[in-house]
Design a protein around this ligand. Structure first.
Ligand SMILES: [Zn+2]
Length: 224
């Protein structure tokens, strides 16, 4: 079995049920597109070579993504903003617990969607530890993974995540990584990508990966 994984990250599926942050709409995709992505994963010789994840803790994680994943026998990690739990349009506590009980991974995306590169060390520690404590209370289990808001990280962010006890840090610079690695780079599934882009990415088409790297170089990503 190939030891390399490709990471993909979804944000919102379908219609948002809360007001979006500026520029966030480009990270919402239709349910049909989402289902076709999952079917493309399922069509691979080894579906586990794609690391599926979700950031921001939108209600669509539970309402649309969970049943679609379960139906296909796939699993994913859901990175939750704990400051939004139980707010309209975001996951409720019992929905997070339901994701966990269904065998999905639950992780932290911090509390308040802050840029971890720019906040003070004390604030970063609170974001990492407070969010994990909240999720552990809800799931009754150890939470050992986090994803970086906006893909903004540096050496200090990585060190703080390790010090807080995390065993996986998901980022957004695309590419592939070794199964079980601490750093898990992912590619954003964006509304402005074509269906062929999605499929090429999921299949690990090298031409597409180069195209993504060019796009990342040109476009300053606001949301991840
Ligand atoms: Zn985010």
């Amino acid at each position: 079995m190939n030891d390399q994984c490709r990471g993909i990250v979804f944000h919102g599926i379908g219609e948002p049920e809360r007001s979006l942050e500026r520029g966030e709409d480009r990270y919402w995709i239709s349910a049909d597109r989402f289902y076709r992505c999952l079917d493309a994963v399922l069509s691979l010789p080894d579906p586990s070579s794609v690391y599926i994840s979700f950031d921001d803790g939108n209600a669509s994680d539970h309402d649309l993504a969970l049943p679609a994943l379960v139906e296909r026998g796939l699993t994913a990690d859901f990175f939750v903003l704990t400051g939004r739990i139980d707010q309209p349009g975001s996951l409720a506590s019992d929905q997070i617990d339901a994701l966990h009980r269904a065998g999905m991974g639950v992780g932290s995306h911090g509390m308040h969607h802050l840029n971890w590169r720019e906040i003070a060390p004390d604030t970063l520690r609170t974001e990492l530890e407070g969010s994990r404590a909240a999720l552990e209370r809800i799931c009754g289990a150890t939470i050992d993974r986090a994803s970086v808001p906006f893909g903004r990280f540096n050496r200090q962010v990585v060190a703080a995540a390790r010090a807080a006890g995390y065993r996986r840090l998901a980022t957004n610079e695309g590419g592939s990584f070794q199964r079980g690695a601490f750093m898990a780079p992912r590619t954003n599934m964006r509304a402005d990508m074509t269906e062929q882009d999605y499929v090429d990415l999921i299949r690990g088409d090298e031409r597409f990966l180069r195209k993504v790297r060019r796009l990342i170089g040109r476009v300053r990503r606001r949301f991840v």
